[in-house]
Ligand binder design. Structure first.
Ligand code: SF4
Length: 283
């Protein structure tokens, strides 16, 4: 299978000598490639609820969708939403100012569940899984209230790769984050248009665009002890020895061989699968 993210994008830092417009086009191209593979990602008549946290990724996500909107072969609407979870010091005014300046329809939502999350924590437990569960509930309900057909998140290629390793090392699961995900109750669809975009491209874009990046203020945000930070460091080290590492890992997510795993619930494929070109050790 063709690697849609060239090694030069995933493995090396993007040089910041590209113009802002060129970088946005590079991001847009990756989004277009993903839509080619997942035509249900953005469909005619969609109203997309774009989640803007104040991080570089969500700002870039909004930029690329606003850029795509007038040129896309399908017609879709955008609503940017920001959720204030109630962590101290989260400067949502800066985010609102940015959304106002780009001229997108937006909603600022105050949920304040941070104190509930903290009160439910066991000693030594980090807030992330509880916090994510609360946030998911808020987003799912909000999308229904706003009449949005899809919830749009800013996860990028490096996020997918890190999540794959985190699930493998800490959750006993071979799973990452799909570009299109349907909620269990069928009411919501979550999409990740940046799934093929390397983080280095978003960093380079942010350097040019100078987004008003806001930290969420939660106690876990960016802590080096976080499992994700550990995985990031591990991948960076391995990438030093193998510059193709992330490209290969992303390719692996798009090239699953179920018959060569050990999940009894997987329906065995027909003999066609055995025709795959596998390294001899894997057979
Ligand atoms: S990093 Fe902070 S905001 Fe994000 S999931 Fe964890 S606790 Fe919640």
């Amino acid at each position: 299978m063709e690697n849609l993210v060239p090694a030069s994008l995933l493995s090396r830092k993007i040089r910041s000598n590209q113009s802002q417009g060129k970088l946005l086009r590079m991001i847009g191209k990756k989004v277009g490639q993903l839509i080619g593979d997942f035509p249900k990602l953005i469909e005619d008549g969609d109203t997309l609820m774009v989640c803007v946290s104040g991080g570089k990724d969500s700002y870039a996500l909004l930029d690329v969708l606003m850029d795509l909107q007038p040129r896309a072969p399908v017609s879709f609407e955008l609503i940017a939403v920001n959720i204030d979870q109630g962590w101290p010091g989260y400067d949502t005014a800066k985010i609102a100012e940015h959304l106002e300046s780009v001229g997108v329809r937006y909603r600022m939502i105050n949920e304040n569940y941070a104190s509930i999350v903290e009160s439910m924590l066991r000693p030594g437990q980090t807030p992330c899984s509880l916090c994510s569960r609360f946030r998911r509930g808020v987003l799912y309900n909000l999308a229904q209230d706003l009449g949005c057909t899809k919830i749009v998140l800013g996860h990028h290629a490096d996020d997918l790769i890190e999540t794959l390793v985190m699930n493998l090392f800490y959750s006993g699961q071979l799973a990452s984050m799909p570009p299109v995900l349907y909620s269990d109750d069928g009411r919501n669809t979550v999409i990740r248009p940046l799934a093929l975009v390397p983080e280095s491209l978003l960093v380079a874009y942010n350097e040019k665009r100078k987004f008003p990046v806001v930290r969420c203020g939660c106690p876990s945000c960016g802590l080096p002890a976080q499992k994700r930070q550990v995985i990031k460091r591990l991948l960076d080290t391995l990438e030093g020895e193998n510059p193709q590492l992330k490209t290969q890992m992303l390719a692996a997510l798009r090239n699953v061989v179920p018959d060569h795993l050990m999940d009894p619930s997987i329906k065995r494929a027909s003999s066609d699968n055995s025709a795959k070109d596998l390294p001899s050790k894997a057979i």
